[in-house]
Design a protein around this ligand. Structure first.
Ligand code: GDP
Length: 296
């Protein structure tokens, strides 16, 4: 189920109830049930859905509602607030500082959209007045450096990498040192992914982190990953302790619910979402506007 469909379904459940002649507790319970079913079908974690159900019921507290209260408004607000809570980790996202080097390391599985998103983010900061560059520390996948080079060239972002080195931590350290010396403000380091979470990948991530001590580590999560998102992000969090999440491919036929669950599982804010393959397809993520847009 696509995110917009989820929004539409939740909206329909709320409007059906608020438009009905008979706004009683039974109808209210029916609406809550429909919202929860929609969330579950979109791969939102069962525990989160259960918390949301209880919270909506407690907030609205149908039994004790005074007769004069505007039930419709109250219910709409409760549903909106609970959906915002679902995607809001209540943690401040990283804000880079001007005039100093901000090293940002990307982690994530292969194919999640890391390399594409690195360039999108470098460009995002570049157009906002930060001197930005890219370092390719993926020495595992043949062609990784070429791909970064092509993207960076298109976006006119300086880059660093090696076609011959087999030591990603060394390449990362070299690139970061070079760009620090050249007074770059945003230094984004792309790392290698594998098809699965595995020991080699996690060892490599730790080595790179030690070599460059990033100011921020960002995990890239593919919106299409569904139920596995929670376990995957927890495993990455234990190793790389990322401080923010970027969800890619939100333009596709993804439910997005798994990715939403990853936020809750790791108490980590989503900072951006990828909305397409093009360089400009990157949007800032904020819980309230996101939920408003989802509900249409
Ligand atoms: P990496 O292996 O993690 O570095 O992934 P890539 O950056 O190579 O991306 C894998 C594929 O996903 C490429 O075909 C990208 O164009 C595509 N991709 C990345 N982000 C998005 C996005 O937000 N939307 C869409 N539709 N495709 C994306």
């Amino acid at each position: 189920m696509v995110l917009q469909d989820l929004g539409r379904r939740i909206n329909a459940a709320v409007s059906d109830l608020t438009r009905s002649q008979n706004l009683d507790e039974k109808a209210f319970d029916g609406m809550v049930k429909e919202i929860c079913n929609a969330l579950l079908e979109a791969d939102v974690n069962v525990k989160l859905v259960s918390t949301l159900r209880k919270s909506i019921k407690n907030t609205v507290n149908f039994k004790d509602l005074p007769p004069a209260v505007n039930k419709k408004r109250l219910i709409q607000k409760a549903v909106f607030d609970e959906l915002v809570k679902l995607v809001d980790p209540h943690a401040e996202p990283f804000k880079p500082k001007k005039g100093k080097p901000n090293v940002i390391m990307f982690v994530g599985l292969q194919g999640s959209g890391k390399t594409t998103t690195c360039t999108k983010l470098a460009r995002w900061y570049q157009t906002r007045g930060f001197k930005s560059c890219l370092v390719c520390a993926d020495t595992f996948r043949a062609g990784a450096f070429d791909q970064l080079k092509q993207n960076a060239t298109k976006a006119k972002i300086p880059y660093f990498g090696s076609l011959t080195s087999t030591d990603p931590a060394l390449v990362a350290a070299e690139g970061v040192a070079k760009f620090k010396k050249e007074r770059f403000e945003i230094i984004i380091v792309d790392t290698s992914g594998r098809h699965r979470q595995e020991k080699d990948l996690f060892d490599e991530m730790t080595q790179i982190q030690r070599a460059i001590t990033p100011d921020q580590t960002i995990m890239v999560l593919d919106a299409t990953i569904g139920q596995q998102a929670e376990a995957q992000s927890k495993a990455f969090k234990e190793t790389a302790d990322f401080g923010s999440i970027i969800i890619t491919k939100t333009d596709g036929h993804a439910s997005g619910g798994g990715a939403i669950s990853a936020v809750a599982a790791t108490h980590t804010p989503i900072v951006f979402i990828g909305t397409g393959e093009h360089m400009l397809d990157l949007e800032r993520f904020q819980p309230q506007p996101f939920v408003s847009k989802m509900l249409g």
